[in-house]
Write a protein that binds this ligand. Structure first.
Ligand code: ZN
Ligand code: ZN
Length: 887
């Protein structure tokens, strides 16, 4: 039963983070603001998004990479850096840019392509919108085309080719051609139209970044083509509309790391360039920081703003109100208009933000307890009325600068207020989730100590515990009453109430002791001094978990952790000196891998070749060679040669021929089927088979040293466990047993994280490298590649788990205890991460802290699943028995 509880609870806890920290920013029931009065500075806006272009690529080398664009911004306009938030993906990036709202990442779980909730955009407010680009991006905004406004979307099919045959900038060329076609065809009609938006989405650089990596010659080739193309299309627009009433904005949705990925919060990923020029744009703008714009040493100011601030700016340029759900504040001094127009734009922006705030406040005040609960005092209805009156008088007195400053202040307050009401229950929920965690850990701890003394299981409850349970019921009823009367949102209520059933479950299992609530757990083991032993174990448990928590903040810490743990658990086990030295050498080599800079990890043929050779050597030098099936060896050899050929072809920009790809897919099936069909009963021989097949499969998806690393790790684990087994003492004491469980549980967790950290960065699973699929396919199919990435992450864990099961009889017999220890360690770490989640500070910290928590919660679930898979592969004879024992 406890496995089921664990599954359900961990899924719920995983959800808690989204309820606590990610509330949907879209507020419903809003009305759009009025359009700006008077003549707007521009009639049309050209928005060009170079997908995935980071600021560094733009400004590097004194902007020599973008000579044509430099020519423009030296002459006119504003240039700078726009900061995006995490996740740095195309969808949230474009929504922040065009709707001005930072979509909550949980939207990803609610459907990647459909919009979970309707939101307003600049396109919605405009009279006409023309858009060209990739279907994935245009699709987000196409769905919003309501209210009968003419929107024209033209998307190409997104079957990208990354085999190197086709140039990545073909996609951009397609867009430029389509734009030219439209400008020629509808010239007359477009000249008359006002408040028009042209949106050019250029995907080429994103593809080039993923495939060739930023800064490589092929990437720069694409950049050169695209920036020249933008310049030509700019000239074309100026030719078609000679009235000088076109405004231009060039920016990108997110950046990219050196290894060609995005999604996380590194500076390369969040810093994107922006360029604003044309009608209505200030000719120069004050900025504290300057950069060198060309080789002659020309110094230009560089402006910084948040991505969503571009939304009200775009709206103001063509006389539109900001979209209803916008969170951006109009940056001051960017408009090259008179002070009156800027004051008006700022006022409309402030009203639009206030509308959201007022709406939230109203929703909160519906609750019966609202008058006695805390409120946001900095912005009361009286203050809002005062502000509106002040703006009116300052407009009649022509005090536009004061008016703009005042609007900016109110915008800031409105945003704070929105934050306040959206996070109203945040702290309480944090508290209740902690209580849930503690209750669950208490439950696990009881299970563990019951295990140690099975005779003590008794369903009889003592009076003390039942009193507490009655108390919990009373609390539950009262809390339920409160959330109903106060109209607390459903999800929030759920997590507020969750700790109560968990604690009831934990207390229900009370053993028949009459100690107070916290003591009975410690009194279980039959060892001489039970209390101390248990506390020591508890401390050990917490210490182990805390040590691992640190590794999340510095990848290199895991080397230290690994060496310390390996020495602690194996130092006395080695009897033969020669083996000891070999093992130590292996340890040192392994500990070096996480220290290698990540850039080495993304592509290195020689290291990959080393992995392949090691695999071959292991296969043919194995002592049990006679026993292994001939087809296993030959299939592996063939596939390894295939890998080498594919990699070589790919590196030389030659497409991988279809037969080779088919062989790779066939091997993927063969690797698992042949293990399944193998009737071998000896565990070690089965393990050998598993290591060969899965190791070979893993190598097929490697780009650098990963294969080498994972194999060495497997060798090390095998050596250590085999040596330990050779001198296992009979397990009399329960105390000993608990310690062993703890040690094996920690081994499993440590090796899991080590295999993940050592072979790459686990903090950004979403940002994958398509090159790992080069032996399988040459088209960019995100979901297939994603599945392969997951498979690649999971394979080393399965190998390690199989090794543990094979070489440790203890692990096979005490599975339940080990898994409870495992859950306890993971939960202690999870609780740490729950508190380390930040909702202030830079987005880098917030993003990575959240992903840590998610990784932790997922790990527990995945490990349970993978343990089952490895037992299935090993055909453990007591598999069914063990399973029934677990329940
Ligand atoms: Zn993108
Ligand atoms: Zn991308």
């Amino acid at each position: 039963m406890w496995i089921l509880y664990a599954l359900v609870l961990h899924i719920l806890l995983l959800g808690s983070i989204f309820v606590i920290y990610f509330r949907s920013p879209v507020i419903e029931g809003l009305e759009p603001q009025e359009r700006l009065k008077g003549q707007p500075p521009a009639d049309r806006l050209v928005l060009i998004v170079t997908d995935g272009l980071r600021a560094q690529s733009f400004f590097a080398n004194n902007c020599n990479q973008v000579p044509h664009l430099r020519e423009i911004f030296i002459k006119e306009g504003i240039v700078g850096i726009s900061r995006t938030r995490v996740p740095t993906e195309s969808r949230p990036g474009h929504i922040a840019l065009i709707a001005g709202l930072y979509e909550d990442p949980s939207a990803v779980t609610r459907g990647w392509k459909e919009n979970p909730i309707e939101f307003d955009t600049v396109f919605n407010r405009s009279d006409h919108t023309y858009a060209w680009g990739a279907h994935d991006v245009l699709h987000i905004f196409e769905k919003l085309a309501d209210s009968g406004r003419p929107m024209h979307f033209d998307a190409y099919n997104h079957d990208l080719d990354f085999s190197g045959q086709q140039k990545t900038y073909k996609q951009d060329e397609w867009v430029f051609d389509r734009v030219r076609l439209l400008l020629k065809r509808k010239q007359e009609e477009l000249r008359e139209a006002k408040r028009v938006v042209f949106f050019l989405h250029l995907l080429g650089l994103d593809t080039a970044g993923h495939v060739h990596k930023p800064g490589t010659p092929l990437f720069l080739e694409n950049l050169k083509f695209t920036e020249h193309g933008i310049w030509k299309i700019y000239k074309q627009f100026e030719e078609t509309f000679p009235d000088k009433r076109t405004a231009y904005l060039l920016t990108s949705d997110h950046g990219m790391t050196d290894s060609g990925s995005h999604g996380a919060g590194a500076q390369y990923e969040t810093d994107t360039p922006f360029m604003l020029w044309g009608a209505g744009v200030a000719s120069s703008v004050y900025a504290g920081i300057f950069f060198e714009a060309n080789d002659e040493g020309l110094q230009l100011p560089i402006r910084e703003l948040e991505q969503a601030q571009l939304t009200p700016l775009m709206s103001a340029l063509i006389g539109l109100p900001p979209p209803m759900n916008n969170f951006g504040r109009l940056p001051q001094g960017f408009l090259g208009t008179d002070a009156k127009y800027e004051a008006m734009a700022a006022h409309t922006n402030a009203l639009q933000l206030l509308a959201q705030y007022v709406r939230l406040q109203k929703l909160h005040m519906r609750g019966l307890f609202a008058p006695i609960l805390n409120r946001f005092d900095k912005l009361t209805p009286e203050l809002i009325a005062e502000y509106v009156g002040y703006i009116k008088t300052s407009f009649t007195l022509s005090r536009f600068h004061e008016s703009t400053a005042n609007s900016a202040l109110v915008m800031q307050l409105a945003l704070e207020g929105i934050d306040y009401y959206q996070g109203y229950y945040c702290n309480v929920m944090l508290l209740s989730t902690t209580a849930t965690f503690l209750g669950w850990m208490f439950y696990l701890y009881r299970l563990l100590t019951q295990d140690a003394e099975p005779k003590n299981i008794d369903s009889g409850m003592n009076g003390h515990a039942s009193k507490i349970i009655v108390g919990l019921w009373v609390a539950a009823v009262m809390l339920l009453g409160f959330v109903v009367v106060q109209r607390v949102p459903f999800a929030v209520s759920f997590y507020l109430l969750l700790p109560l059933p968990v604690w009831m479950l934990a207390l229900r299992q009370a053993p028949n002791r009459n100690d107070d609530l916290n003591a009975p757990a410690y009194t279980q083991p039959t060892v001489a001094n039970p209390k101390q032993v248990s506390i020591a174990q508890l401390l050990l448990l917490i210490g182990c978990a805390e040590l691992l928590v640190f590794t999340f903040f510095d990848r290199r810490m895991i080397s230290l952790c690994f060496i310390a743990f390996a020495c602690y658990s194996n130092w006395e086990t080695f009897k033969r000196k020669r083996r000891l030295y070999l093992w130590l050498m292996l340890l040192v080599v392994l500990a070096c891998f996480p220290l290698v800079p990540p850039s080495v990890g993304y592509q290195n043929c020689y290291l990959l070749l080393g992995g392949i050779l090691l695999l071959l050597i292991r296969q043919f030098l194995s002592k049990k060679r006679e026993n292994s099936k001939w087809h296993t060896r030959w299939c592996s050899t063939v596939i390894l040669i295939n890998t080498a050929v594919c990699v070589n072809l790919h590196n030389n920009q030659i497409a991988v021929p279809l037969p080779l790809k088919i062989i790779s897919w066939l091997y993927l099936v063969y690797a698992f089927v042949s293990i399944h069909l193998n009737k071998e009963a000896s565990l070690e021989l089965r393990l050998e088979h598993i290591c060969y097949n899965l190791g070979t499969l893993y190598t097929l998806m490697c780009t650098s040293y990963e294969s080498l690393f994972v194999q060495l790790l497997a060798i090390e684990l095998t050596t250590a466990l085999a040596e330990q087994r050779a001198q296992v003492e009979p397990l009399h004491h329960q105390q000993k047993s608990l310690q062993s469980s703890l040690r094996i549980a920690f081994t499993i967790i440590l090796y899991t994280f080590f295999s993940l950290f050592g072979s790459g960065n686990i903090a950004s699973i979403s940002s994958f490298d398509p090159n790992i699929a080069r032996c399988f396919l040459s088209h960019f199919a995100p979901f297939v590649i994603m599945s392969l990435v997951l498979l690649k992450l999971v394979l080393p864990i399965v190998i390690n788990l199989s090794i543990v099961y094979t070489h440790s009889e203890y692990a096979r017999l005490h599975e339940r205890q080990i898994f409870i220890c495992l859950l306890l360690i993971c939960d202690i770490m999870g609780l740490n991460f729950l508190f380390l989640v930040r909702n202030t500070g830079s987005w880098l910290e917030i993003g990575s802290s959240i992903s840590h928590f998610v990784i932790m919660e997922v790990t527990t679930l995945v490990l349970m699943l993978l343990a089952y898979v490895s037992k299935l592969l090993l055909r453990l004879t007591n598999c069914d028995r063990a399973l029934s024992k677990l329940n």
